[in-house]
Design a protein around this ligand. Sequence first.
Ligand SMILES: NC(=O)C1=CN([C@@H]2O[C@H](COP(=O)(O)OP(=O)(O)OC[C@H]3O[C@@H](n4cnc5c(N)ncnc54)[C@H](OP(=O)(O)O)[C@@H]3O)[C@@H](O)[C@H]2O)C=CC1
Ligand SMILES: O=C(O)CCC(=O)C(=O)O
Length: 468
Amino acid sequence: LINYLSPNYDQRIDSIPNNNHQTLTSVQSFMTRIIDRNPGENEFHQAVHEVAETIIPFIHNKPQYQKAKILERIAEPERVIIFRVPWMNDQGEVEINRGYRVQMNSAIGPYKGGLRFHPSVNLSTLKFLAFEQIFKNSLTQLPMGGGKGGSDFDPKGRSDREVMFFCQSFMTELFRHISSDNDVPAGDIGVGAREIGFLFGQYKRLKNEFTGVLTGKGASYGGSLIRPEATGYGVVYFVEQMLNQRRDSIKGKRVVISGSGNVAQYTLEKCIELGAKVVTLSDSSGYIYDEKGIDAEKFAYIMHLKNEARGRINAYADKFGCEFIPGKSPWEVPCDIALPNATQNELSVDDARLLIKNGCMCVAEGANMPCTPEAIEVFENNDILYAPGKAANAGGVAVSGLEMSQNSLRLSWSREEVDKKLQEIMFNIHSTCLRYGHKPDGRISYVQGANIGGFVRVADAMLAQGLV
Ligand SMILES: NC(=O)C1=CN([C@@H]2O[C@H](COP(=O)(O)OP(=O)(O)OC[C@H]3O[C@@H](n4cnc5c(N)ncnc54)[C@H](OP(=O)(O)O)[C@@H]3O)[C@@H](O)[C@H]2O)C=CC1
Ligand SMILES: O=C(O)CCC(=O)C(=O)O
């Protein structure tokens, strides 16, 4: 698992040219083609641009990657499936949603990535997520390609029965395109243990087989221990590594978290365990600010509120007598560490400036692409420890990879074993970022490190497999 730093990695990194005029022109012409071929897909353009800015200079003196048009091919999905999802609501009315699966890249393993159920879901969102997933999955060093899927269905406010009918209809088409050896979906926004259970049940019924076709399953039917916790725990393990670089640690730090779903919950739990003080959580209605800090007892309440009662975050403020700030994000609250754990583009350049003004020194993305490009630039220019999602939140998919291994072996590992492997993987991702992230001025860019570290493994596999 850990023995991945092959000796010739060092030779490949040799010299990354400065951002000269030629590089800028290359990035621009590359992006012009991407935008022309994928009109209106702004999130996808954003994700590709961020990668192109670091990969184009990196491959400047590597003709093998340029000649084979590796980056151009990585930015083109291998396959996109779009389908109708008809179902019946509790009032007996027919509802119609749209389902998607973007099978982005299978160079290093079966397509792997979550399903998102949210009204904002469209092809642009899922292509950006599937694109990011290629690099993230590669960074884990596990054999997983990149994919993502979902629907514009909103589970919020729906009964369990409606969610089940929707999931069954969704899987009635998706089952033809996935299997434990070619595409293994999991959860994402709006898809948790309940939805994975319904999806798995329908797949099993349609295929008449019990295989590891989904991850994030319940522990009683093939799920891995620590998978629910993995993304959030992994974020905190990564933050601890970054702080250790500066001979510091998370203990005693004041932390601001956005979101209150799966990733935010377990980020919070690990922060509490390691002695940090978390003062905010949010959902799409606003944020709570608890100056006393969220402790283990309050955490248990949040778990009940969000996962069983399926309530809104302002109920926390009512129960514990703290502030609820409607319609706003928590970035105005002074902190040492900010962890955006809700959704894409939730942290703007103004938020970034305010965080820095208020003393923030570290930002790690639990969500996918939560910081805008301008916000990232501000963090990097101000020497803030900034970790992109494809590195910081890779713990979730990493433990999904471990779930696939356990399913294939037909056995299950203990909590301690899985957690130890998760810590090793996050440690190794951090090392990869350091290895590839050196800027000409000596600083570390985790963006550059994660992009290049993720790219080389996929690129070499694509070169080896010919023009496919
Ligand atoms: N689950 C996983 O293993 C992984 C998840 N991620 C990423 O982490 C992020 C959170 O996912 P996860 O915790 O699983 O999802 P959940 O559905 O469990 O929680 C999502 C949280 O984000 C909030 N949120 C969603 N959309 C918006 C919005 N447009 N504006 C404000 N708040 C919003 C939700 O509030 P509300 O309920 O009001 O909508 C909720 O609090 C996503 O970016 C996801 O892609 C990354 C790696 C792995
Ligand atoms: O566990 C998985 O397969 C997917 C997790 C995911 O969707 C993500 O990393 O964004």
